[in-house]
Design a protein around this ligand. Sequence first.
Ligand SMILES: C[S@@+](CC[C@H](N)C(=O)[O-])C[C@H]1O[C@@H](n2cnc3c(N)ncnc32)[C@H](O)[C@@H]1O
Length: 289
Amino acid sequence: MSDVVEQSAEYVDFWNDVLAPKFIRFKHVLVDGLTHHSAAVFPDLPVKEGDAALDVGCGFGDTAIQLAERVGPEGRVVGLDCCAAFLDYGRKDAAARGLGNVSFAQGDALLERFTPEYDFVFARFGTMFFSNPVGGLRNMRTALKPGGVMTHIVWRDPADNPWLSMAKQIVLDFLPPPGDGAQSCGPGPFSMCNQETVSKMMEIAGYEDVTFTRVDAPVFIGRNIEDAIAFQLAIGPAGEVFREAGDEAEAKRADIEAALGEAIGAQKIEADGIVMDSSSWVISGRNPA
Ligand SMILES: C[S@@+](CC[C@H](N)C(=O)[O-])C[C@H]1O[C@@H](n2cnc3c(N)ncnc32)[C@H](O)[C@@H]1O
């Protein structure tokens, strides 16, 4: 895999230029929040000692590191992401844990030319952003050995993910929805919520034995109400509405923050912060042997 992306797609520039600084600011919410969720998923992943695994859209690298611990010194893991800034976190964390079996590379999962060298390909909350979902899923399959398994985790319906949808509804009480020309990082967090559609995508992408497992688990959305409000206005569907509304959003910021504060204040508050419900599909498919 190449270390440098010479020519990038618009969504790659958007991840690097617009979203990366926001993700880095809220790394504590994203990593800890999603870890809450994937704690329910990881134990059942079909990955074993000695496996070669690829983590697509690995972000800060925490799942690549967990996979590296799981495959052990006889195995190896590559974390792939189109956003350069995230990969440095993974490299530093892996070095701090003394893990020599995980590496990180910059690349676009849609365009990367893989060789069929992996037993397991994984993606946590990355495939929903593929501008060409079937093309991306098919390309991930080309990284699998015959008989290898790909597992990706995607969000289910907005109604079952109030941690993302509640804030969007509130922000839309004040601001217009993003227009057709809105800058974006791809189709978005709910683009793979429909089981029937994604089943067909997996089939067209060439996977066999496709399974869907629903996982309902809490996510951490901020250390306190202020942190959670700032997170919602920076990232995700509410953040997109706010960002696209520009000056109008800034002019209404105080009212929007007050409305969000009221709704977030009514959520469950645990020792380390505010927690809300979330729901995902864990989708697995096998590369034909
Ligand atoms: C919501 S984040 C999830 C990150 C990480 N998997 C996690 O669970 O914390 C989505 C990640 O996918 C990456 N990504 C999006 N489209 C990509 C593509 N076409 N190729 C590689 N990475 C991509 C983004 O840069 C980002 O790090």
